[in-house]
Each structure stands twice: as structure tokens, then as C-alpha cells.
Design a protein around this ligand. Structure first.
Ligand code: KG4
Ligand code: ZN
Length: 352
């Protein structure tokens, strides 16, 4: 029987059952990850091979190195993900893979691997948008969460405010017009000599600082639900250079705290506004920046004040992982949305 028919028959059977154990693959940037996820909500395993130490040597992700490291990591990760899940290849029902957005070479390694696995085992193949994956991490962390809700997705490459109308149905309400929030954190961290990726360490440092110590320009907010970080980022970097040229010391903790406060206030204000304006009562966080301590506290606080239920995955499910891809993949599969073997990487994938 040919692959397409085999995969479609298997998918139909899974849809009828309403259950699926999915092997998920993520390789869009600098983490190679594989997970086994059951019914979109239960994580049987979540294996991650991080490349951060390697890229830190260069101060940022080197795409060619990322691709090569993914290729080396994929096969061992399969063993790890199956072992952790105490399962075998025979018990995998379908394969989900990130096909964009991300680095083209990095994405291609995962897509090619997943296609080969799906073809070899005669399993349905599901193409997942990385950002949709980030949103779906909330389904894993909060079994009670159902759409509709508003989600602030802030990562190293993207920052969006999204209305999740239903599983797999999204309206993008707004987002950044230039740098992503994580990117701004990373670039400002660099002037404080914090190694790549600077976001998490800047966050830690900021915990000990005074967030009123430095006055930075207010974040430019072009549309009702949009933000722009590049003006603030440039001002903060320039101010650091000027102070240093004048022989003045920068208090790194205060600097980090003041910058973090500016970013978090803008993100919180817009996300809460989007949720209230939509008439929805549920607000979720997602993406690497969702592990920011101040952002988590501020969203919790705003939720209490405005009567919103707030949701956020634990930090390990905020940064890149494959469990979130398995969750998003399950809901795509249940709608019968299969990819075929012509699936390609789409580095600037937009619509989702
Ligand atoms: O979602 P993610 O793992 O990868 C992308 O899809 O981009 O996000 C990584 C980004 C990096 O820019 C990193 O510095 C930032 O998330 N990040 C943080 C924190 N943890 C990760 N930024 C601020 N505070 C954090 N605690
Ligand atoms: Zn990501």
C-alpha cells in the first residue's frame, strides 16, 4: 500500500479513537528536542539537547553549526525520548514536526528526519508551526484550559498577542513591529557582558536591582496591541556607552532591573488590554520570555486585579521543547490535517 493511503487510514483510526501517542520533533533554532505526548496533554517524555554552550562561544546562534549539531543529536534523542517514556517505536501513532518559522537549515534537519520516520513506519505526519507550539505548552501545563483565550507569545524571534479562538484557530491581534522581546533582552545583556542567551541571566541579575534606578525612554507602542522594542534597546545600549566613555560605572543589577521593568510593563499592559477588549476571561503566557520572573509576577498581579484567570507553563515548557509541538500536533491530527512527504521547511512561516 502506498504511504499516503496508509498514513490517512491510520489517522482516520486515531481520529475515531480520539487518542494518539505522538512523537514530536523540534529543531527550529538551537535546541534539538524530541518528546512523546499522549492526547495533546500528557508528556510521557521530553528530551532536549541544548546547543547553547556551543553558540555562546560566538555570542549568538551560528546557523551552520546549529544544523550540523541537530543532525548529530536527532537519532540519540529518539532513544532517549522512547526510553524516558518507557515505550517503543511500535507504540508511536504519529509524528509531529516543527516546519517553521526558524532557521532554514535547522528546520530542514528535523523535517527530513520526521518524514523519514513517518515513511519508514507508515505513520501520519503532522506539520506544526513553532509559535503555535509555544501557545500549546499551556494545554500541557493546565489540563483544564480550553479556548477561547488570549495568549502573549514572547520568544527570541517573535512577540505576538494572539486570540486563540479554538484549537488551531488563531487571530493575531498585534505584536512587535521590530525586535522580539527576547532579542531585546539578549542585545541589552550583551552590553552588560552577560553571555548568550542573555535573557535568563539578565532576569536573574535584575532580581537584585532597583528598577527605578535608571530612567529609560518609554516603549513606543504603535497600535493598540503592538509594541516596539528597538527604540528602547538602542537608547539603553547608547546610554551605557556614553556613561562608560565618561568614565562612570554602571550598576549592572540596577541597569538590568530598570530595563526589564520597561519591557515587562509594556508586555503586561498590552496583553491585559487585549484580553479585556476581547471580552475574554483567560490570559495565557508562552515563549522563552514567559519564563521571565517579573513578567510572571506582573501577569499574575494584573490577572488578580482584573478578574482574569492566568495561565503560564513552567519555564522548561516556555523555552523551546518538543512536548509543545506534540500538543499542537495532536489537535491538528484530530482535525485530519496531515502533511505529506513533500513537506518543506518554511523559515518565515507566518499564517497559522
Ligand atoms: O522560545 P525560545 O526558547 O526560542 C525562540 O523561539 O526564540 O526563546 C528564547 C528567548 C531568548 O531570547 C532568551 O533570552 C529569552 O527567550 N528568555 C528570557 C528568559 N528566559 C529565556 N528572556 C527574559 N527572561 C528570561 N527569564
Ligand atoms: Zn521558540
Amino acid at each position: 500500500m502506498n504511504y499516503d493511503r496508509l498514513a490517512r487510514e491510520k489517522a482516520d483510526e486515531l481520529i475515531k479513537r480520539g487518542h494518539a501517542r505522538i512523537l514530536a520533533v523540534e529543531s527550529s533554532c538551537d535546541e534539538t528536542a524530541m518528546a512523546v505526548v499522549e492526547d495533546g496533554r500528557r508528556v510521557a517524555s521530553n528530551a532536549i539537547a541544548s546547543q547553547i554552550d556551543m553558540h555562546a562561544l560566538y555570542g549568538g546562534v551560528v546557523p551552520e553549526i546549529a544544523s550540523r549539531m541537530h543532525v548529530e543529536a536527532l537519532d540519540p534523542l529518539l532513544d532517549q525520548a522512547l526510553k524516558q517514556a518507557r515505550t517503543t517505536m511500535d507504540q508511536i501513532d504519529a509524528v509531529a514536526v516543527t516546519y517553521g518559522p526558524g532557521l532554514v537549515g535547522a528546520l530542514l534537519t528535523g523535517v527530513a528526519w520526521a518524514k523519514a520516520f513517518a515513511y519508514g513506519r507508515g505513520l501520519p505526519l503532522i506539520a506544526v508551526n513553532h509559535i503555535e507550539g509555544h501557545v500549546s505548552a499551556n494545554y500541557i501545563a493546565h489540563p483544564e484550559l480550553e479556548p477561547p483565550f488570549v495568549c502573549l507569545v514572547a520568544s527570541g524571534g517573535h512577540s505576538h498577542i494572539v486570540k486563540v479562538e479554538d484549537y488551531g484557530v488563531y487571530t493575531i491581534m498585534g505584536g512587535t513591529t521590530d525586535d522580539a522581546a527576547g532579542e531585546a533582552f539578549d542585545k541589552v545583556a550583551r552590553v552588560l557582558d552577560i553571555p548568550y542567551p542573555g535573557g535568563p541571566l539578565l532576569d536573574k541579575l535584575a532580581e537584585e536591582g532597583d528598577d527605578r534606578a535608571y530612567a529609560f525612554p518609554k516603549i513606543h507602542t504603535p497600535g493598540a496591541y503592538d509594541f516596539s522594542f528597538s527604540g528602547l534597546k538602542t537608547a539603553v545600549i547608547n546610554q551605557a556607552h556614553h556613561l562608560r566613555q565618561a568614565g562612570r560605572q554602571i550598576n549592572a543589577a540596577d541597569w538590568a532591573a530598570s530595563f526589564r521593568r520597561a519591557v515587562v510593563d509594556a508586555l503586561t499592559e498590552k496583553a491585559v488590554k487585549a484580553c479585556l477588549d476581547s471580552g475574554l476571561k483567560q490570559l495565557a503566557l508562552a515563549g522563552g520570555v514567559a519564563s521571565n520572573r517579573l513578567l510572571r509576577r506582573e501577569i499574575e498581579r494584573a490577572g488578580r486585579e482584573k478578574g482574569l484567570a492566568v495561565y503560564m507553563p513552567p519555564p522548561i515548557l516556555c523555552t523551546d521543547n518538543a512536548a509543545m509541538i506534540g500538543s499542537a500536533g495532536f489537535y491538528r491530527l484530530m482535525k485530519g490535517e496531515l502533511a505529506d512527504l513533500s513537506l518543506n521547511a518554511v523559515p518565515s512561516l507566518a499564517g497559522w
